[in-house]
Ligand binder design. Structure first.
Ligand code: ATP
Ligand code: MG
Length: 762
């Protein structure tokens, strides 16, 4: 009997419906942009609940970006008319973090582990690369970290890196460095983003009963943007779906844009092998864009060779052609776009429906400046994000340290910020002591404060800081987390530091700190807030004012806007220079997919622009239009190029532009020389510094290690003759555990730590 069918089903076309109603068994929806893949996924979720096939607790829905997760939550909530908070609906990282918190001990972590951001990761890797004694000019820590992350993306732990895989990367020390890095993370009670998935896999594979529990729970699994899953995400899904095989993935091979992060389009092809009998659904009608936009995007992506290939059509109006505009320089481009935006607004368009999508974060600044001058409200998504601002990171480090005493990276960041007279030598000593005794820096500091190992001033300063920390931890128990934050920032002298700062951006920083407390208020606990921060890498706008969105192409995936501006289509900018330097086409094809993603975000109109001159990393460069510009089908675009941009006769106003450009060029060179001079000087210092470090490493740690291994605490007795690295020879007068009082021949009586003392022969 045909009952009355739910409204959400009648809002679908026939193929979409087929994908929604095939509730049981594996389903793969493979379709182009704007064909309703995400709509299918959210409707399917609603349908599962509506038919009673599943309750909220039986569902696992995964997507890629936080923004997409938010959007999916909103769409589902609207369909099912209730809140979806607490459901297993989110990004791979957020879901994996949630699972890991419940079973942290399986992989040697505590449940309150910290999730590191890229800054922390890099700092850690620097230390490890240095200790590994490899040429860090040839193997910069950033590159080593990248390799480790790729291994994690492929689901490979340090023990899985065979000789062939390791190759001569980092002088063959790749696996060793990877292992050291993982061990450090464990000591810090921390995980990086890649670990979240990798640790989940370890848990599932070593503890089948845990896996079984999650398989049982997630009877229905839904995955958006499937083309961008990497191997470890893929394995994670496959393990979870193995029992019920009710998995529905939607994706588009033409939008695979995370190859550089280890995503594998091959996962789409493997789906049918891994889930035999899978139903494959293809959607071809695009509901998002006008004909011209769609034709431009399809014409462009047709230049890629490695495609599964598909048809896309729309019943929408032809609409306006894509506007292609060549301009003098980046500033002119920003001015042009901001003028166009004001024109859209005058015609009644909404700022919230306008996006500017850039290839790389640094391109945003020019627009930000222009918008501030012109008074165009805008928000930045991705790029230099709120939580990545210096003052916010500092404040977060304070909070992290209070929340999790073993967080060494946080300790290091704030121990002398504002300046408290705790210098590098003190920190080095702390580090050595902590390493020799395998303890966190906080604990090492506590022990050293009671000794004479530190200079009196440093000792007092560190002692005060440790007392402060102790008091703040008390606040963490007794006060609300927002009050804690305010007291912490005031009592530490951190806010005073910016109040006394005369630089023009100090006021803005103080505002940001206030905004941080506002952001915290949305969470119930400090732990909950910190978790949110580690996961949410974007500045979710809190106010409702309509704003232009400025974001990278990567973070725009899955979203849509009436009006989309795509600036910077120049060779070397987009496609990115890295892709051009690569041998083979894969990098370039990924750039082209990114362009396709950009164009297909637009509902009504798209603008593509390029500049003839641009200042890139403080150097003026002449640029030629992107090859993608020429690949746009002529009948879908209107091209307007300012005359004389590329070397033709110049006159009138153009001369001004020209001379401005030339001036800029020579100015740029001057500037460049000034800097490279400065850099050369600095790198000499750095080289000297690292050589000195290496020297110190060679001498002292070995002494310390042998001291601490042969003489564990308490191994010295009164009357023993000893040698101390700083104070020389002496005789033990008091021995209390690892603390000794020694009458030194030259330095007088000092209290020192046993770790820093060697037995002397006589
Ligand atoms: P992308 O590949 O960019 O992620 P998508 O395939 O996920 O796109 P959706 O975002 O789900 O596409 O849909 C694109 C737009 O088309 C949305 O605004 C959606 O509401 C609308 N849409 C999808 N299906 C239909 C339909 N059957 N009728 C009307 N509108 C639809
Ligand atoms: Mg989508």
């Amino acid at each position: 009997g045909a009952g009355r069918e739910p409204l959400y089903l009648s809002a679908l076309n026939e193929t979409q419906r087929e994908a929604v109603e095939a509730l049981d068994g594996p389903v793969l929806v493979l379709a182009g942009a704007g064909t309703g893949k995400t709509r299918v996924l959210t409707t399917r979720l609603a349908h599962l609940l509506n038919t009673g096939k599943a309750g909220p607790g039986d569902l696992l829905a995964v997507t890629f970006t936080n923004k997409a997760a938010r959007e999916m939550k909103d769409r589902v909530a609207a369909l099912v008319h209730r809140t979806v908070e607490g459901w297993w609906l989110g990004t791979f990282h957020a879901l994996a973090a949630r699972i890991l918190r419940s079973h942290a001990e399986v992989v040697g972590l505590k449940p309150n582990f910290t999730i590191l951001d890229s800054d922390d990761q890099l700092r850690l890797m620097k230390q490890i690369v240095q200790a590994a004694d490899i040429d860090d000019k040839k193997w910069p820590p950033r590159a080593v970290l990248h390799q480790v992350e790729r291994w994690k993306d492929r689901g490979l732990g340090p023990d899985k890196i065979g000789v062939a895989e390791a190759g001569d990367f980092a002088e063959g020390k790749g696996p060793e460095i990877y292992r050291a890095y993982q061990e450090r993370l464990k000591t810090l009670n921390a995980a990086d983003f890649g670990d979240l998935l990798l640790h989940n896999l370890t848990i599932f594979l070593t503890r089948p009963e845990i896996l079984e529990r999650y398989q049982q729970r997630f009877r229905y699994i839904l995955v958006d943007e499937y083309q961008d899953t990497n191997v470890s995400q893929y394995l994670w899904l496959r393990l979870l779906a193995q029992k019920y095989r009710n998995i529905c993935c939607v994706g588009d091979d033409d939008q695979s844009i995370y190859g550089w992060r280890g995503a594998e389009v091959g996962n789409i092809l493997r789906f049918e092998e891994d889930f035999p009998g899978a139903r494959i659904v293809r959607l071809e009608r695009n509901y998002r864009s006008t004909q011209h936009i769609l034709r431009a995007a399809s014409g462009l992506i047709a230049h890629n060779e490695g495609r599964l290939g598909k048809t896309l059509w729309t019943e929408d109006d032809p609409g306006e052609k894509v506007l292609l505009r060549g301009l003098w320089d980046g500033e002119a481009e920003a001015r042009y776009i901001s003028d166009e935006i004001e024109a859209i607004e005058r015609r009644g368009g909404s700022l919230g429906q306008i996006a500017i999508l850039v290839r790389a974060g640094y391109q945003m600044r020019e627009f930000e400046e222009r918008f501030m001058t012109a008074g165009v409200p805008y928000r930045v998504v991705g790029g230099p994000r709120f939580y990545e601002r210096q003052e916010i990171r500092d404040a977060l480090a304070y909070l992290r340290l209070v929340h999790q005493p073993a967080d060494d990276l946080a300790f290091e960041r704030v121990v002398n910020l504002p300046r408290r007279g705790i210098g590098d030598s003190t920190l080095q000593l702390l580090h050595r002591f902590a390493r020799a005794n395998d303890m966190p820096l906080t604990e090492a500091a506590l022990r050293l404060v009671g000794s004479d190992e530190l200079k009196p001033a440093a000792k007092r300063a560190l002692g005060r800081f440790m007392e402060d920390l102790d008091r703040w931890r008390g606040f963490a128990r007794d006060l609300s987390h927002t009050e804690l934050a305010e007291r912490l920032l005031d009592e530490s002298g951190y806010t005073a530091m910016w109040q006394n700062d005369r630089s023009p951006d100090a006021a803005g920083r103080l505002e940001n700190l206030k905004e941080l407390v506002v952001a915290m208020a949305e969470f119930e606990t400090l732990g909950g807030f910190l978790e949110h921060v580690s996961l949410v890498m974007e500045n979710a706008a809190t106010d409702s004012l309509e704003k232009v969105t400025l974001m990278t192409l990567h973070s725009a995936k899955g979203l849509e806007f009436d009006h989309v501006f795509l600036p910077g289509w120049e060779e070397g900018v987009f496609p990115h220079q890295r892709a051009l330097d690569e041998t083979g086409l894969s990098g370039l094809e990924e750039e082209r997919r990114l362009a396709y993603v950009g164009l297909t975000r637009a509902r009504k109109r798209a603008w593509v622009s390029y500049a003839a001159n641009r200042r890139i990393h403080n150097q003026w460069q002449s640029l030629i239009p992107s090859r993608f510009v020429d690949e746009l089908p002529k009948d879908a675009i209107d091209r307007v190029v300012d005359p004389g941009l590329y070397g033709a006769g110049r006159g009138g106003e153009e001369t001004d532009e020209w001379s401005r450009g030339r001036l800029g060029e020579s100015g740029g060179r001057e500037f460049g020389r000034f800097f490279s001079g400065g850099n050369a000087g600095r790198s000499t210092v750095a080289r000297f510094g690292s050589r000195r470090d290496a020297f110190a490493r060679e001498r002292s740690p070995r002494l310390i290690e042998s001291a601490s291994s042969s003489r564990s605490s308490g191994a010295f007795g009164v009357g023993d003759r000893v040698f101390h690295l700083k104070f020389g020879y002496g005789k033990v007068t008091v021995a209390e555990g690892d603390k000794l009082e020694i009458q030194f021949d030259k330095a007088g009586t000092k209290r020192v730590m046993a770790s820093f003392v060697l037995p002397a022969d006589q």
